[in-house]
Design a binder for this molecule. Structure first.
Ligand SMILES: [Zn+2]
Length: 376
């Protein structure tokens, strides 16, 4: 057994206060997670889109064959920030977590998460907890610069139609689940976002789901720090999504993967019966206008099909919602988009020069697919 980690005790945790007053999009920090480096599905190149002005996105839900369809307009849940800002978010989500060393249940005491076998994990002063195990310490994930660029881009609102579509997909699904009497963990929906980055999309989902709680999971400590402030009902966990998830079996109602890595076996394990896996992938048109001029990584058009294949042994497709719209981006936006995702280090050397050659404003396409899957 490895040595328990987290010997340093964090003295205090910053209040999880969030500006409840802003518009939904301004509250979001940013988030498409480029999620870290490792592994296959990770290369979701598109991840870079950031949004902008945005005319209304054409959202059309296409049911998969034989699948149920979410209602067109799921009711939005009230936002309840004010009453919750003083509450420790780990207090509510610790029931969903498992010890990353021995898989035992975890409890919180004195700003520290502990299992019965002596493993302990301090809550960092920035508000997140590291559940990375020794074997994964080589994973560092997205850099501070990438997270800063992502937060700036998401803060500009260019991706808010994507966040809204994800929230709609989850809230609509939750309404179905409730109507069908399917399982949901006590205390409301529990949502995990893999490769959560800043926590932007998770925050949108939590706003749309009353009584919900969220876990933002990312392998980047810079992401974990930002996600700790993303939403008063979210807790931030530093962990490697490619390894075992530090989450109890069948504990969650929803798992999200937005431009992020995913481990289907682990997602299936942590979802409760009736739970939903929401996967957002870029299409080949995503940020297409920037690919050539900025030397960005191209999106693999076959990715969608491969995704369905890798999920098919454990999941059944429910529906798919294409989200596509134009964004009017200035140079700052474009620089942020290029720096926030998988293209961050690609052709970065001459990016300033390439950027300078672009027109003052450029219409850039945002194009993703929001797909929902249920457990087999
Ligand atoms: Zn343990």
């Amino acid at each position: 057994m490895r040595e328990p980690r987290g010997s340093r005790r964090a003295r205090a945790r910053p209040q999880q206060a969030v500006s409840g007053s802003g518009t939904a999009s301004s509250r979001f920090e940013a988030a498409a997670s480029g999620a870290g480096a490792a592994g296959a599905e990770l290369g979701d190149a598109a991840e870079t889109a950031r949004g902008a002005a945005v005319s209304s996105p054409g959202i059309v839900t296409e049911p998969a064959a034989g699948a149920e369809v979410s209602p067109p307009d799921a009711p939005k849940s009230p936002i309840r920030h004010a009453a919750e800002t003083g509450v420790s978010s780990f207090g509510a989500i610790v029931q969903f977590l498992a010890c990353p060393e021995c898989a035992a249940p975890i409890t919180e005491r004195d700003r520290c998460l502990r299992c019965p076998h002596g493993h302990s994990f301090d809550i960092a002063k920035q508000g997140y907890v590291s559940l990375l195990t020794g074997a994964s310490t080589k994973m560092t994930g997205d850099s501070a610069d990438m997270l800063n660029a992502r937060a700036a881009f998401q803060g500009s609102g260019h991706f808010s139609p994507i966040a809204e579509a994800i929230a709609h997909a989850v809230a609509g699904g939750a309404a179905e689940t409730a109507a069908g009497g399917a399982a949901e963990s006590s205390g409301g929906p529990a949502v995990l976002e893999l490769g959560s980055g800043t926590g932007y999309y998770l925050a949108a989902v939590l706003d749309a789901l009353a009584e919900s709680h969220g876990i933002a999971l990312d392998v980047s400590k810079y992401a974990a720090r930002r996600a700790a402030r993303a939403h008063p009902r979210a807790a931030s966990v530093l962990a490697d999504a490619w390894r075992g998830l530090p989450v109890r079996d069948a504990a969650l109602s929803h798992v999200l993967s937005v431009f992020a890595p995913r481990n289907p076996a682990e997602v299936a394990r942590v979802l409760a019966p009736g739970g939903t896996f929401v996967v957002v992938t870029p299409t080949a048109r995503h940020l297409g206008e920037l690919i050539g001029p900025l030397g960005m990584i191209t999106v693999d058009g076959g990715k969608d099909t491969r995704l369905a294949d890798t999920l098919s042994t454990r999941f059944v497709p429910l529906d798919r919602t294409p989200v596509e719209y134009p964004m009017s981006l200035g140079h700052t936006d474009i620089a942020n988009v290029a720096a926030m995702g998988p293209s961050a280090h690609h052709a970065a050397a001459d990016r300033a020069e390439r950027l300078a050659a672009l027109p003052e404003r450029l219409d850039v396409t945002a194009s993703v697919t929001v797909a929902r899957y249920g457990l087999r």
